[in-house]
Design a protein. Structure first.
Lengths: 190, 668
């Protein structure tokens, strides 16, 4: 107790500065801030899904606007990015441009969209209006979304060349994050 | 149009707050009447602008104006009107806007109440409040803008977080929580003002304590409402999980409770001024830490706003606030000279000190457990969770110890007690304590800590009731009044004291109820087909059928469970699974049958109406209802203590004649 900083009990005006308060305060404040700052660097949207490290669930889905179904199998050998999205989701608008640009830049990576809980007509109109550089697939009963454990859109999965999920990202992506996660998906290839 | 109007109001609020903060500090340093007038005007302007901005947002939400970014994020045409209204605080940007409204109301009230009082302190206090107001306005103007324009607005939005739509408690929990959280800014500003002036006079401890008590009442209710919500909605059968966000609301409550008590020592003895000011400042800092925790995404929690980019901004504010607070305390705390000495022998004074240290120990324990996973992750890169075992192990002894000092403190007299006084104060309550313990044993309590909680609960109940009645008995004896008249008189003359003991009664009931409910419950998990029955304790449950229920914003499947107790039918319970439009995972709503002795709690794990099966978690939780009742008692006690000091601030001096040896107003 003798050293505990209970300042009110100290004799008045012995000094202008109370070193005990300073030492005690800094002893609490500095480590606390250090921990918070260190953890701020971590991206909370990079979610540790139980699927990470496992083989990505297979699918074979028809693209928006018609055409032959695209399967996960057919993407083997190159990293892939699978983005679950919907036209009713505002963050999906935000990331759509970044994904479209990235798909043009990273030609060695497959980009795929999977439409989550949406109508084909509205999706088609959206893509016609905003343009896209990669296919979006229809998931009529949401089976694929369930298999991937999608909780809300946008969610994006990064898959390596061997078909394993390397990363799950919740929330809108920007170009920097896409590039960083692609690098990881490439590193994860066998 | 609406987005531009909203943004303009926010910018004006930012201007008013930053200008007012400057004027406040300048006037504090060099008092002038015109400076104080303008500090006040700008404080009122800030409040009015925040209120208007909130009105504009409500208008946009109700008219489904999807050109406003916040409405596009959380609005939906398919939700009921009440959901649209409360969407204001359902997501990050709106919640900060709402924060601004609450802040504005507090600042306006506190400024108005003290407009012609404490002239040397108040400009500084207004300066500090508006500095905080300026920071939150800045968040709304930049990093967390709710009024951005959506260039091509969608036709419909996703609707707010489904958890918000799932239960009415989620509608009232956030306003209470914000009123508690934001309100702590007011005592913080007053404490900073005391440090800046270099004095904490007897007159100024009163507004400090009252403005601490008001948000304390809100925070108490909010914490328990959050627990109640978890209990009624999340379906795991408990009310408290030591989740980081729950802890974030609990931490400032602990320090605020400690400060409310040490403020009494400041008031009565003129000691512990610096300590009290430190606790008040710490309380506010913990609310900002909590804000950071819920909005940075650094902590994972069912309650947090995870999609947020304002973490770094709040962290900078938190860091600046922490460092400035330490510097301010270091430089100025010694100027708050004590006017008396603290009794350290056996006395109420000493127990107050022990109680304060216990609360601070509790705060550090919870804080450590909350940030420890972050330490591990930073050091080793492993995600881990400290979880309940640590918190339970640490908090149970501290809780029981607090229960004990809550009995011992009020039993002892102020100043040093003789050993004769100590004996006569502490021995009689031991009888009630023993009675409680024996009663518990007869009702099958075998857990040692629960037993101890009952024992100290009995002790404290005895002391609380006799302290409660002490002035009544004295009046009956000295004035020859009947019980009711004496009660009324004593209550009027010592309303703060009465309120405090009502709070104590609620707190002791809450601790005992928590102890009993967390150790004496029974549960089972079971899979049933239609027509099958199961039994737990005295209850028999029959699964009658699974039904589909359709509402505009959700589809539900509910199980009809017929319940009987000891063969007597009690009607049906309907636990349900809800499917919201915007969410893939269904959300369950448990069915709870509450009675004064125990709750029957049914939660669905899985349900299939086609094959007619249901998977159920069934719990019998004793005394849970008493936690909610105890909280209501605590809040009521707080109000009883608050109202007279509020009203009586002007006439207080006339009524200080003590009643025949009893401590008058404010003996505890």
């Amino acid at each position: 107790m003798a050293t505990a900083p209970i300042p009110g009990a100290a004799p008045a005006r012995t000094s202008r500065m109370n070193p005990w308060v300073l030492a005690g305060g800094l002893a609490v404040v500095v480590p606390l801030l250090a921990v918070l700052v260190l953890n701020l660097g971590r991206d909370p949207r990079s979610v540790r899904s139980p699927l990470i490290g496992r083989a990505a669930p297979a699918f074979s889905l028809a693209p928006v606007g018609g055409g032959a179904p695209i399967s996960l199998e057919s993407l083997r050998g190159r990293p892939a990015i699978i983005n679950f999205w919907a036209t009713w989701c505002v963050p999906c608008f935000e990331e759509h441009a970044a994904l479209t640009a990235a798909a043009r830049t990273f030609r060695e990576v497959h980009f795929l969209g999977i439409v989550y809980e949406d109508e084909e007509a509205t999706t088609q109109a959206f893509l016609a209006q905003r343009g896209s550089s990669y296919s979006s697939l229809l998931d009529p009963e949401g089976r694929t979304a369930i298999a991937y454990g999608v909780f809300g859109v946008p969610e994006t999965f990064f898959i390596d060349g061997a078909g394993r999920i390397v990363e799950k990202y919740v929330g809108p992506l920007d170009r920097g994050t896409i590039a960083a996660l692609i690098a990881r998906a490439k590193g994860g290839a066998p | 149009m609406i987005p531009a109007l909203g943004r303009t109001l926010i910018l004006l609020a930012l201007l008013a707050a930053s200008g007012g903060a400057l004027v406040g500090f300048a006037t504090g340093a060099r008092p002038t009447a015109v400076g104080w007038l303008w500090a006040r005007r700008l404080a009122y302007a800030f409040a009015a602008l925040m209120a208007l901005a909130n009105l504009v947002m409500e208008y946009a939400l109700l008219t489904h104006d999807f050109s406003v970014s916040y409405v596009a994020h959380v609005g939906s045409r398919s939700v009921p009107t009440w959901v649209s209204m409360v969407s204001l605080w359902s997501s990050l940007e709106g919640s900060i806007l709402f924060w601004g409204l609450v802040m504005g109301v507090y600042v306006a009230v506190a400024t108005w109440q003290n407009r012609d009082k404490h002239p040397e302190y108040m400009p500084y206090a207004v300066g500090v409040w508006l500095l905080c107001g300026a920071f939150f306005s800045f968040l709304l103007a930049g990093p967390a803008q709710p009024f951005s324009t959506v260039p091509s607005p969608p036709l419909d939005g996703p609707g707010p977080n489904a958890l918000l739509q799932n239960h009415y408690l989620m509608v009232i929990h956030p306003p209470f929580l914000y009123s508690g959280y934001v309100g702590m800014t007011i005592p913080f500003g007053l404490a900073c003002a005391a440090l800046l002036v270099g004095r904490l006079g007897h007159d100024f401890i009163r507004p400090l304590r009252n403005f601490l008590l008001l948000p304390w009442i809100f925070l108490t209710v909010a914490i328990v409402l959050g627990g109640w919500w978890a209990y009624e909605v999340l379906g795991w059968g408990g009310y408290w999980a030591w989740d980081p966000v729950e802890n974030a609301s609990f931490l400032p409550w602990l320090t605020a409770t400690a400060a409310l008590h040490s403020a009494l020592l400041v008031e009565r003895k003129g000691v512990l001024k610096g300590w009290t000011v430190t606790l008040v400042i710490g309380t506010w800092l913990l609310t900002i830490l909590g804000t950071f925790m819920t909005r940075s995404g650094v902590f994972n929690s069912v309650h947090s706003f995870t999609q947020s980019a304002i973490g770094p901004t709040i962290l900078v504010f938190l860091a600046a606030a922490l460092i400035l607070s330490v510097v301010l305390l270091t430089l100025r705390v010694d100027s708050l000279a004590p006017e008396g000495t603290l009794e350290t022998g056996p006395s109420r004074d000493a127990v107050f000190l022990v109680q304060n240290l216990l609360f601070v120990l509790f705060t550090f324990t919870v804080l450590l457990g909350t940030v420890f996973p972050l330490v591990v992750e930073a050091a080793r890169g492993v995600q881990m969770s400290v979880g309940r075992p640590y918190f339970d192990k640490m908090s149970v002894p501290i809780g029981v110890a607090l229960l004990f000092v809550m009995g011992v403190g009020p039993a002892l007299p102020w100043g040093r007690a003789t050993s004769q006084q100590v004996r006569s104060a502490l021995l009689p309550p031991l009888l009630t304590a023993a009675a409680f313990a024996v009663l518990g044993f007869l009702l099958d309590v075998r857990n040692a800590w629960t037993m101890l909680a009952l024992f100290f609960g009995g002790f404290t109940a005895h002391v609380t009731v006799s302290e409660f009645l002490l002035p009544v008995r004295q009046r009956m004896r000295s004035h020859g009044e009947g019980f009711l008249e004496a009660f009324g008189q004593a209550q009027r003359r010592g309303q703060r004291r009465f309120g405090a003991y009502v709070v104590h009664a609620g707190a002791l009931l809450a601790i005992v109820a928590i102890g009993v409910s967390s150790t004496m419950g029974t549960s089972k998990e079971i899979q049933l087909r239609a027509g099958e029955s199961t039994a737990l304790g005295a209850y028999t449950l029959t699964f009658v059928t699974a039904e589909r229920v359709s509402e505009p914003h959700r589809e539900s499947i509910r199980a009809r469970m017929d319940v009987s107790k000891n063969g007597r039918p009690l009607g049906s319970l309907y636990p349900r699974m809800n499917q919201y439009e915007s969410q893939r995972e269904p959300i369950g709503t448990p069915a709870v049958r509450t009675s004064l002795t125990e709750d029957l709690y049914l939660s669905i794990h899985n349900i299939d109406p086609d094959s007619g099966t249901v998977g159920l978690l069934v719990l019998v939780n004793p005394m849970v209802g008493w936690i909610w009742i105890a909280t209501a008692i605590m809040a009521l006690g707080g109000l009883v203590a608050l109202v007279p000091s509020w009203r009586g601030a002007r006439v207080a001096v006339t009524e200080t004649a003590p009643v025949a040896g009893a401590s008058p107003e404010g003996s505890h």
